[in-house]
Design a protein around this ligand. Structure first.
Ligand SMILES: [Zn+2]
Length: 218
């Protein structure tokens, strides 16, 4: 008789801040969790995040940013203060993180300055929580240091603002590069299995196969 312990990542999505940004909490049977792109911008959104984590008795062990645009990092400081986690980012987005306060003022957002990373992550790195692992894919274009967190076993990717359902990331900000974005999607994301579910930084989830067929920008 074989007994298989089920290893399964669950993904919870919050939609926070005036940009309707998706914040994800990933957790598994160990109850350790990763917080990806915390966009909480006020006390109510901070409480939603904390109540979910404490309600499920989760232990946050990773703070990950797919990229450092302001809507994705608004809650970095709160997560740092609450769970003592520093953000892990790609080094090429450090300058964007460092410009966060200026950007927040431009958009008149209430922003507590993010702590700086103590660790950078890049293509090929593996980040772990509990019994689970995520591969880091480097997918520049929407920002110079955009990365994706990919789980090969369960076939999903946390894609940040690289790919959306029937859309792609904007490339009209400083540091964006449209050709890089298209190349990241076609040469990285579209090499993943068609069944891979894509959890985007804005809007609903999609899949690689669906976007190959239906994305009008590709
Ligand atoms: Zn962005």
């Amino acid at each position: 008789m074989f007994i298989f312990e089920q290893i399964m990542i669950q993904i919870h999505r919050f939609t926070f801040n005036p940009f309707q940004e998706n914040t994800y909490v990933l957790f598994d049977e160990s109850n350790e969790c990763a917080i990806v792109d915390p966009g909480c911008s006020n006390t109510s959104e901070q409480q939603q995040l904390v109540q979910f984590i404490s309600g499920r008795q989760l232990k946050p062990v990773l703070l990950l940013d797919t990229h450092c645009h302001i809507d994705h990092i608004l809650g970095n400081k709160f997560v740092y203060d609450t769970y003592k986690l520093s953000p892990q980012i790609h080094q090429k987005d450090l300058v964007i993180l460092q410009n966060g306060m200026r950007t927040a003022q431009l958009y008149q957002l209430n922003y507590a300055e993010s702590p700086l990373p103590v660790k950078f992550i890049e293509e090929g790195d593996i980040v772990s929580f509990g019994n689970s692992q995520l591969e880091v894919l480097f997918t520049p274009g929407h920002s110079p240091g955009s990365i994706i967190f990919y789980n090969r076993v369960q076939k999903f990717a946390i894609s940040g603002d690289v790919l959306f359902r029937e859309s792609i990331g904007r490339t009209d900000f400083p540091g964006c590069n449209h050709n890089d974005l298209i190349s990241s999607i076609k040469n990285k994301l579209f090499l993943l299995d068609d069944a891979t579910v894509v959890y985007s930084g804005h809007g609903p989830e999609t899949s690689i196969g669906y976007e190959k067929e239906n994305n009008p920008f590709l």
